[in-house]
Design a protein around this ligand. Structure first.
Ligand code: UCC
Ligand code: FAD
Length: 486
């Protein structure tokens, strides 16, 4: 998979930019085809892409880094192609990195640092390089707590003689799924590393890696769904029950068609984020497009990951008992899907990231989101079969924005429902737009109609505010904790 990824240019396509801003979409479309058959190699690929993006961003300040690593990460030669890890999680926190990171960085005379700490989850442990976070120890022997004490470090996993860079693999995690990819606990015991951010700007500097790996996560989600639905469709033409092949039972086909709508929605959302990223890559993204990309990244990751879990689970059932049998290769898809909402930021943490993105622009990003949704469905207003769906999208968009304007005081509690509403409405707009622009194919129209009927009830409305009140929070707490004794 390492060699195939290099030869196919899975990373290099995005950085050689032979077709300018469309190169990113070209790369991501390829990853979409590759991911669910890659034996989870999509995981190191995601982090490698993130590493290449960080290095490209840092190149003006750290030209040596580009010279040293970028050419390997973007190589098409298997023998030269390097992959990257992303070590952010420590025992005390994977979500709360700012308070969880205990690794310290001791300055050396030659300008490098030695890292001492314990990285609790490190996937694709066989990577060549990694980016990680640590706290620089000052001359007084002290470190700074919180996010302002974190800096970003680049390190190579092996020394030139092939030995590990003062890294001890303490344990390989025994995981529910993703078994093809080793995930390890690592002791950094004097690991040589190079600081590649200003002191205290570690989280902000690694955020471009988060953007890439979150979009890859969404691609992997869409890819897993596509694989299971396509395989289930094929199976329905071969398996008979009660004297007929499954494809002739409308109830079976209805079940699969509902999944098909989910796959189409997830794919459109993710590829739209990829399209915007491609414009950002080449410096063409407008300020509005940058805001939209910032918002769509956590939305695509959090929403498609949940879809993948439910679609893959329902998909397995469509094979009957065979869906549960390891020989078919199907159960692994379900185990692997379960990680998609956990790593690269859990659903709640990403819902809060959506709020972070909105706050940073003082609500500007929400207005951009709203205007974008409206412009996508505008032309469908005249379309006999799509006008109802377009109207529903428009209403949902107004309802979400209305909620945000009136009830920002309960945002922290409403974050997840809010993020779901933004995602579902945006997907509705994309499906409607696609139906219009792709030549009004009846199946595209039907997919848009189905999504807007079934998935597009505004979760967030003025009436729903009571679900996020302090009283409700107390009731939720009592519901869960009554009769609980520590
Ligand atoms: O799980 C991992 C790898 C798994 C394997 C790879 C799979 C890839 C897919 C494969 C498919 C098969 S690696 C670990 C991933 N860990 C996380 O995702 C961490 C989750 N936690 C968060 O995201 C939190 O929200 C934190 C860590 C970012 C919160 O940190 P802070 O320091 O408390 O947050 P602050 O103080 O709000 O943000 C610090 C700065 C701010 O910038 P300034 O100071 O300029 O305002 C933020 O705006 O960082 C900026 N920032 C961001 N910027 C924070 N998050 C982002 C962001 N997402 N984008 C841009
Ligand atoms: P916690 O932060 O303890 O979260 C527990 C629960 O609390 C979650 O449901 C979360 O949503 C919720 N929660 C937390 N904070 C809040 C809040 N403020 N409001 C509401 N709810 C909240 N990390 C790496 O750095 N590199 C890797 O290569 C890597 N590989 C991994 C591979 C696998 C297979 C797995 C499972 C994890 C990997 N991770 C890796 C770690 C992963 O990124 C973290 O596990 C993840 O970010 C969650 O952090 P945590 O485990 O500390 O959960």
């Amino acid at each position: 998979m390492h060699d195939i990824s290099a030869e196919e240019g899975i990373i290099s396509i995005a950085y050689n930019r032979e077709v300018g801003e469309h190169s990113r979409l070209h790369q991501m479309a390829k990853v979409y085809l590759f991911a669910s058959f890659s034996g989870l190699y999509s995981c190191p690929i995601a982090m490698t892409d993130g590493a290449a993006k960080i290095i490209e961003n840092l190149a003006p300040k750290y030209p040596w880094l580009k010279e040293r690593a970028f050419r390997h990460l973007t190589s098409r030669e298997p023998g030269h192609f390097w992959t990257s890890g992303q070590w952010m999680t420590e025992r005390k926190g994977g979500s709360d990195v700012a308070n969880g990171t205990e690794t310290v960085a001791i300055p050396q005379d030659d300008g490098s640092f030695r890292l001492h700490g314990y990285k609790w989850f490190s996937s694709a442990t066989d990577a060549d390089i990694t980016f990680t976070l640590a706290r620089v120890v000052g001359k007084d022997g002290q470190t700074t707590t919180g996010t302002r004490g974190l800096s970003l470090f680049y390190l190579e996993v092996h020394n030139s003689d092939g030995s590990l860079n003062n890294i001890q693999i303490q344990k390989l995690k025994n995981k529910l799924g993703t078994k093809q990819v080793p995930t390890a606990e690592l002791l950094l015991d004097g690991t040589i590393a190079h600081k590649v951010s200003e002191e205290g700007r570690g989280v902000a500097s690694i955020s471009s890696m988060l953007t890439l790996s979150r979009i890859h996560n969404a691609l992997a989600s869409a890819s897993a769904m596509r694989r299971v639905v396509s395989t289930a469709r094929d199976y329905s033409t071969r398996r008979s029950a009660f004297g007929n092949v499954l494809k002739n039972y409308p109830l079976h086909i209805q079940t699969l068609a509902r999944l098909e709508v989910e796959v189409r929605g997830a794919t459109l959302l993710t590829l739209e984020a990829a399209r915007l990223l491609g414009r950002e890559d080449v410096g063409k993204a407008t300020e509005h497009e940058q805001m939209l990309l910032r918002l769509l990244t956590p939305l695509a990751k959090l929403y498609t990951a949940k879809q993948a879990m439910s679609v893959v689970s329902e998909g397995l059932e469509s094979f009957g008992g065979q869906g549960y049998i390891e020989d078919t290769g199907l159960p692994g898809l379900l185990r692997d899907a379960q990680v998609l909402p956990i790593w690269e930021g859990t659903t709640n943490v990403l819902s809060l990231d959506v709020l972070r993105a909105l706050m940073k622009t003082k609500g500007g990003a929400l207005q951009v989101w709203h205007d974008d949704v409206i412009s996508r469905v505008q032309s469908a207003g005249q379309h006999k079969e799509l006008s109802e769906a377009a109207e529903k999208v428009t209403k949902c968009a107004s309802s979400v924005v209305g909620f945000a304007q009136k009830h920002s005081d309960v945002f922290d509690k409403a974050a997840r429902d809010f993020a779901y509403s933004l995602s579902r409405t945006f997907i509705g707009a994309l499906l409607v737009q696609h139906a219009v622009e792709a030549g009004s194919d009846p199946t595209d129209i039907y997919a848009a109609q189905r999504w807007c009927e079934k998935d597009l009830t505004p979760v967030i409305t003025n009436q729903s505010r009571r679900h996020f009140s302090s009283d409700t929070a107390d009731q939720d707490f009592q519901l869960l904790f009554k009769n609980y004794h520590d």
